[in-house]
Write a protein that binds this ligand. Structure first.
Ligand SMILES: Nc1ncnc2c1ncn2[C@@H]1O[C@H](COP(=O)(O)OP(=O)(O)OP(=O)(O)O)[C@@H](O)[C@H]1O
Ligand SMILES: [Mg+2]
Length: 502
């Protein structure tokens, strides 16, 4: 019998990856393509949805060729995607309407501020499990409808479709204008503010609050279950799963039991704690979110701590300040000094997410003296990720009533040993990293494989998890407390930087 495999698409913020996995969950081949980041104004960030689709079409044959396999050997396709990024397109031509507005974009700042004062705002937050913030898709959709003449009328007539990136890709994969399926999964839907996170249906009241015509929204489906069969890119292959990238990473880390947590260190960093089939109302600046839903089963929920800027601070250090020429050099540079020299960088580039949710905050570098070198700055860049994790873990422990005992980590930044040690030090818990670092892709593949019976059950997947790295905390508690207090004072300096327009 010919061997069979599962393929995943990880449609991320900076790039799209296609990966072929085998039955043991091992990576067989990978193909990756970056896409253009558009920054048309300060705070605005956009992607070209058509460019991203073309990348998928290009990556598909490439990744199969590299694996030396044919389409007939692909058992299923799973999709993971950057979350909250919003795209609209014409239902009859398939052409995107404007650019996709990405999750980091803060153009809805004033709108969100105004919405929070409207009657019904508290109820929207309660139903969705999310605080009103620029981060989520609902306000973004409202903004687009308000700023594009005639769009609302066309949307009401069903001429315009919208979705997050998995919705766009599934529609294109399953035929586009020729019968493409207009669907989303519960994890992505749970990031719009339009979903009732308990019933897992679009909320009529929330749609009215944002003025969103129901006709433009995709159908909400379980994350793991067949969405349709591809006719493009992977013709003939069933699409077995779609999950937001962070939920996919939780799945790929096999955090299937309540109490298990992971943090993925990429462009931003996102800590998710599985809380089981009962939704735990979020407090302390965390989010209640859907972790995953397997077709025919109740959904599993998670508490999430979202940090907007971590790896992208390293990118900024590289591309905008040009103090290093590749991301890994940040570690080398940081190791040229013994400590931060009293310097702290708080990267509130798009406001602060968890646990503060302050859209008016902007980044600061504090503690500058003539003593500070670029080595100290490099340290402060890495420490920013560590302290932001600490703040989220503190909130998580308080919210869940459990103390985190160990943290599973993954993502591009986990290649940085100095950073991993810093995080273990400031959390005072061990970090563990699995052999499979592409956990986002792996989670999407696991979901797709489960949906078509390629893998029998969750227990089988757990057997595939193998430890590859571990960091034990080693920091004097008094130093930790002192540094943490400094960090928090630095954070306070970012507040209220952007003043409301007069
Ligand atoms: N050795 C390193 N030390 C610190 N940061 C690093 C290192 N290597 C990579 N990074 C950072 O990690 C990030 C890339 O991580 P990863 O590949 O997981 O992100 P990604 O999945 O591509 O992001 P996205 O899904 O948002 O497109 C980049 O922001 C980069 O700056
Ligand atoms: Mg990613």
């Amino acid at each position: 019998m010919t061997e069979r495999f599962v393929v995943s698409i990880d449609q991320g913020t900076t790039s799209t990856r296609c990966i072929v996995f085998d039955r043991r969950g091992q990576l067989v081949s990978l193909a990756q393509q970056e896409h253009k980041q558009f920054f048309p104004r300060p705070g605005w960030v956009e992607h070209d949805a058509m460019e991203i689709w073309r990348n998928v079409e290009r990556l598909a044959p490439r990744v199969l060729r590299r694996a030396g396999i044919g389409l007939d050997q692909v058992a299923a396709l799973g999709i993971a995607n950057q979350r909250e990024t919003t795209v609209l397109w014409d239902a009859s031509t398939g052409v995107p309407i404007g650019r996709a507005i990405i999750w980091q974009d803060t153009r809805t700042d004033a709108l969100v501020h105004e919405l929070s004062a409207r009657p019904g705002a508290k109820e929207v937050e309660e139903r969705s499990g999310l605080p009103l913030a620029t981060y989520f898709s609902g306000p973004r959709l409202m903004w687009i409808l308000e700023h594009t003449p005639g769009l609302r009328e066309r949307a009401e007539r069903g001429e315009v479709l919208c979705g997050t990136m998995e919705t766009w890709l599934i529609w294109k994969l399953t035929g586009g204008v020729d019968g493409g399926r207009h669907v989303t999964d519960v994890t992505n839907a749970s990031r719009t503010m339009l979903l009732d996170v308990r019933t897992l249906r679009w909320s009529r009241e929330s749609l009215d609050f944002f003025g969103i015509p129901a006709a433009m929204l995709p159908e909400v489906r379980p994350s793991v279950g067949v969405f349709g069969t591809a006719v493009a890119a992977f013709p003939g292959v069933r699409i077995g799963a779609a999950l937001g990238d962070q939920q996919a990473a939780l799945f790929g880390q096999t955090c299937f039991t309540p109490g298990e947590a992971k943090c993925t260190y990429g462009t931003g960093s996102f800590l998710l704690l599985n809380t089981g089939t009962e939704l735990v109302p979020a407090q302390n600046g965390l989010l209640s979110t859907v972790a995953y839903q397997i077709a025919g089963e109740p959904a599993a929920y998670a508490l999430e701590g979202s940090i907007a800027i971590t790896g992208s601070l390293v990118q900024w250090f590289r591309d905008q300040l040009e103090l290093i020429s590749s991301a890994p050099e940040i570690e080398t540079l940081a190791r040229t000094v013994a400590d931060n020299g009293g310097c702290y960088i708080v990267p509130a580039f798009s406001g602060l997410y968890a646990p503060y949710w302050r859209s008016e905050a902007r980044g600061v570098i504090v503690g500058l003296t003539s003593y500070i070198t670029k080595g100290h700055l490099a340290r402060a860049v890495l420490e920013a990720t560590a302290w932001q994790t600490r703040e989220v873990v503190d909130a998580m422990n308080a919210n869940s009533g459990l103390a985190l005992r160990t943290l599973k980590v993954d993502g591009g930044m986990t290649a940085d040993n100095l950073l991993m040690q810093m995080i273990a030090n400031v959390l005072d818990v061990p970090l563990v990293r699995p052999l499979a670092v592409e956990t986002v892709s792996l989670g999407a593949a696991y979901g797709a494989g489960l949906a078509v019976g390629y893998w029998p059950d969750l227990d089988g997947l757990r057997q595939n998890w193998h430890i590859a790295g571990q960091w034990m905390p080693a920091m004097d508690p008094s130093v930790r407390d002192h540094e943490y207090a400094n960090w928090r004072r630095a954070v306070e300096r970012t507040f209220d930087w952007i003043q409301p327009a007069q």
